[in-house]
Design a binder for this molecule. Structure first.
Ligand SMILES: Nc1nc2c(c(=O)[nH]1)N[C@H]1C(S)=C(S)[C@@H](COP(=O)(O)OP(=O)(O)OC[C@H]3O[C@@H](n4cnc5c(=O)[nH]c(N)nc54)[C@H](O)[C@@H]3O)O[C@H]1N2
Ligand SMILES: Nc1nc2c(c(=O)[nH]1)N[C@H]1C(S)=C(S)[C@@H](COP(=O)(O)OP(=O)(O)OC[C@H]3O[C@@H](n4cnc5c(=O)[nH]c(N)nc54)[C@H](O)[C@@H]3O)O[C@H]1N2
Ligand code: SF4
Ligand SMILES: [Mo]
Length: 736
């Protein structure tokens, strides 16, 4: 490896593939980083092409401020722009109170940024009105995790375990397109003799790999899981010893499941009873097995209960809290895991603490040097916050999301955003949402700043800076620090990532997501460290502040490839080393006990209920939404990368040949999809790989083909997740 190569991670999804960046011309080029265990050098096209957006011509390099006279965004100096933001937030607060200022964050932000954004909201603005786009992502799985296991970490085991288990039920994940390098673990699973069951209303590239593909009607996963549990009980395949020793609440959950007869479940889901039986056989015959969910079952107005039902299936069969068995959620965004742990969520303080817990408030207030009583209480969830814009929330600071494209019922959300008195957006490009702002702050990107990311396994990683940002660009931490100073907080908002991380460690200490034993240096040496990783007091403990020099101005100083000097007393990962002087981190959770007060996993009794909006005569077709390989999220970044955009240049409506024929639609012709909330137009993609009662649209595009013009903002009562995966529509020929 070239000496100038910097080991870092991809800017996009939760797999956080390791990659090397090597100087090339004025920028950098991607080189393989085979030593990183999660992707072993493999990258998808998005990761491979990510440096394209680093070029100054491809992104924002100067702050923009809206000219009151012309209404246009005009270039401005940083001082002018930051003054304008501080004034906007201050004036709103003075006139309408603290909660009139809102903050919206993102699961792509580093831990340091998410932590600082949460602190900024609570300490500088004093507002309770902060939430983030992770609410739209894995919040239902997070809620179900907490309910059943007492802690929420997406995967309770390393991804490599997936290749070694006996059977995987993959529910509503199209990881062949959404995390391509992870597909190898499913391939290896099958090479090792394991079985793969994929549950998806579409025959996706992932489903094509399956031993059994189950294609339920969207929004019926809850009934499906209950039907499988019913069969498990009926066939006497429960693990009574495990249930007795390691769980609570089985009687109620069992009774609830027994109401879901296979024939009833077939009627609800459209899945034939023999397929249900086959799934139970494969799952229970294997010595170990796993259920992995992603957005399919989670993005439903009953997502929490749905995930709960899959967890119940694992618990009843003893497939949890054991080597190579368990339930896991495949988190989505780059820092989807860490982003939900450190305080940008409405109800939360760093370390996955609860904002309404007096002890948590006391601990974090002490780290922040403020009075616990000064901390606001819990605020609204993401969609509820967006809906309140222009109502009692009059000014918004937004960092790391593009809700004009990605929020449900997006036309309404866009109208709410337009009705704000003041909007400030920090972004790397002029996203559709940034284009509506009064002030746009151009920020540095992944390769230009150091920070930690927590991947879908709960592995805390170091994304290192490999080059300087172009002139005119600042980091998000510099933005928040500059605003804090203007709003009267000169101290407490450092701009050096490692300094922020050291504070985050202290704030998280003792919390469920304890990072206190993790340092930049350790992450670099160990290919990441799995939380919880408490600091062990006494000799050899990670000394705060331990400064590695990473993230200071100039080139990163940590030697590559783990050649940094091993800190004294470090025995992590060394079984011969006796009692460890530092905590080794926790790759596998729950092997001895669950994180509940009594150490037992909790069954939750759940029963089927229909989608928030069922089909009827006026809207007879189900719409579901999701992703394609070459585009990422709202597309703000990937639509600007030539190779990706030519691979997948625009939206489409996937529909079955039978439905197409009935409606007189031919492949490629523009069709209108109409829901109670709006209308979208995109070319038809006629394909036998989808249920005839369902159409699919990817959500990556704004404008006429915006899928979220159609989606239903009905919220899950627990997680407040919107129902992105099912609503009722009609499909029409355009002009008909
Ligand atoms: N290429 C690409 N990769 C990405 C992203 C991206 O935007 N583009 N985003 C990242 C992020 S943030 C996330 S959250 C992940 C998401 O990763 P995934 O969850 O894999 O992505 P989706 O396409 O949203 O949904 C997965 C599948 O759910 C199916 N589905 C729809 N409705 C239902 C249902 O009711 N039940 C079931 N069982 N399945 C259903 C869809 O047909 C789809 O194939 O991807 C990450 N990776
Ligand atoms: N219909 C439908 N809608 C969905 C979904 C679905 O499946 N169907 N999925 C939902 C899910 S799972 C998710 S995660 C959301 C995602 O949707 P969004 O929240 O819109 O996510 P992104 O498009 O990633 O937006 C991130 C924005 O932040 C910018 N950005 C990137 N890095 C940084 C940074 O470090 N700092 C700052 N300040 N800005 C940065 C990017 O340029 C981009 O404009 O969409 C949700 N919407
Ligand atoms: S799979 Fe995800 S992390 Fe890996 S290269 Fe692709 S987008 Fe990046
Ligand atoms: Mo997501």
């Amino acid at each position: 490896m070239n000496a100038a190569t910097v080991d870092t991670h991809c800017p996009y999804c939760a797999l956080q593939c390791g990659m090397g960046l090597r100087p090339s011309g004025p920028g950098v080029e991607v080189v393989e980083r085979t030593a990183f265990p999660v992707n072993r050098g493999a990258l998808c096209g998005k990761g491979r092409t990510a440096p394209e957006l680093l070029a100054p011509g491809a992104r924002l390099t100067t702050p923009l401020v809206r000219d009151p006279a012309t209404g246009a965004l005009e270039p401005a100096t940083w001082d002018t722009a930051l003054d304008r933001v501080a004034d906007g937030l201050r004036q709103t607060r003075a006139a309408h109170g603290r909660d009139a200022v809102g903050v919206f964050g993102g699961g792509g932000l580093t831990n340091e940024k998410a932590y600082t954004l949460g602190k900024f909201a609570r300490v500088v603005l004093g507002t309770s009105q902060i939430d983030y786009n992770g609410r739209f992502c894995m919040s239902s799985a997070a809620a179900a995790h907490g309910r059943a296991f007492g802690v929420d970490r997406g995967l309770p085991f390393p991804l490599t375990d997936v290749a070694r288990t006996g059977c995987v039920i993959l529910v509503g994940s199209n990881l062949a397109e959404t995390m391509p390098p992870a597909l190898r673990y499913l391939t290896e699973l099958r090479e090792n003799g394991g079985k793969l069951i994929v549950v998806d209303p579409r025959r996706t590239r992932t489903a094509e790999q399956a031993d059994l593909h189950i294609a339920p009607r969207p929004g019926t996963d809850l009934a499906l899981a209950l039907g499988l549990l019913h069969l498990v009980v009926a066939q006497g395949r429960t693990d009574e010893a495990f249930i007795a020793e390691r769980t609570s609440g089985w009687a109620e959950a069992r009774a609830a499941a027994m109401a879901h007869w296979p024939e009833l479940v077939e009627r609800i889901t459209g899945v034939p009873v023999p397929q249900l039986r086959e799934a139970v056989r494969l799952f229970c015959d294997a010595e170990s097995s796993m259920v992995l969910t992603a957005r399919g079952p989670e993005q439903q107005a009953k997502g929490t209960d749905t995930v709960g039902a899959w967890i119940n299936l694992c618990l009843a069969t003893g497939r949890a809290g054991r080597e190579l068995s368990g339930y896991g959620c495949l988190t989505g965004q780059g820092n989807g895991q860490g982003g939900r742990e450190h305080g940008q969520k409405a109800d939360q303080l760093p370390g996955y603490r609860k904002l309404d817990d007096p002890e948590a408030r006391r601990h974090v207030a002490e780290v922040w040097g403020v009075d616990p009583d000064s901390l606001p209480g819990p605020g609204r969830s993401a969609y509820e916050l967006l809906e309140a814009l222009g109502g009692d929330i009059r000014a918004l600071l937004l960092m790391g999301s593009n809700p004009v494209v990605s929020a449900p019922r997006a036309a309404h959300v866009e109208e709410r955003i337009r009705s704000l008195q003041f909007l400030a957006v920090a972004d790397v490009v002029l996203s559709e949402t940034a284009a509506l702002a009064d002030v746009v702050l151009p920020v540095a990107q992944w390769a230009e700043e150091t920070g930690t990311m927590t991947n879908l396994e709960g592995r805390v990683l170091l994304r290192r800076r490999a080059l300087d940002p172009p002139p005119g660009v600042r980091t998000d931490l510099e933005v928040l620090s500059g605003l804090a100073a203007r709003l009267g907080r000169e101290k407490g908002f450092p701009t050096a990532p490692e300094e922020v991380f050291d504070e985050l460690r202290r704030a998280s200490a003792g919390g469920p997501a304890d990072y206190s034993g993790i340092t930049y240096r350790r992450i670099a040496e160990e290919d990441g460290v799995f939380w919880p990783c408490p600091e062990i007091p006494g000799e050899g403990s990670a000394r705060a502040p331990e400064t590695s020099g990473v993230g200071s101005a100039g080139a990163p100083e940590i030697p590559e490839g783990g050649t940094a000097g091993t800190p004294e007393g470090r025995t992590a990962g060394d079984p011969e080393g006796g009692s460890p002087a530092v905590h080794p981190g926790t790759p596998r959770l729950f092997l001895d006990r669950f994180a509940t007060p009594d150490g037992r996993a909790r069954f939750v009794p759940v029963t089927h209920r229909p989608a928030a909006e069922d089909t009827d005569e006026a809207y007879p077709v189900v719409l579901t939404t999701g992703r394609v390989l070459a585009q990422y999220q709202s597309g703000a970044q990937t639509r600007r990368v030539a190779e990706l955009n030519s691979a997948e240049p625009g939206p489409f409506v996937q529909l079955h040949p039978r439905l197409a024929e009935r409606l007189g639609i031919t492949d490629g012709e523009p069709v209108a999809v109409v829901s109670r909330r709006g209308r979208a137009v995109a070319p038809a993609r006629v394909s036998g790989a989808i249920r005839p009662d369902t159409v699919f649209m990817p959500f990556h595009w704004p404008g006429e083909g915006r899928a979220n013009s159609l989606t239903n903002p009905a919220l899950d009562p627990t997680s407040r997740m919107p129902e992105f995966k099912v609503c009722a529509v009609r499909v029409e020929r355009v002009g008909a």
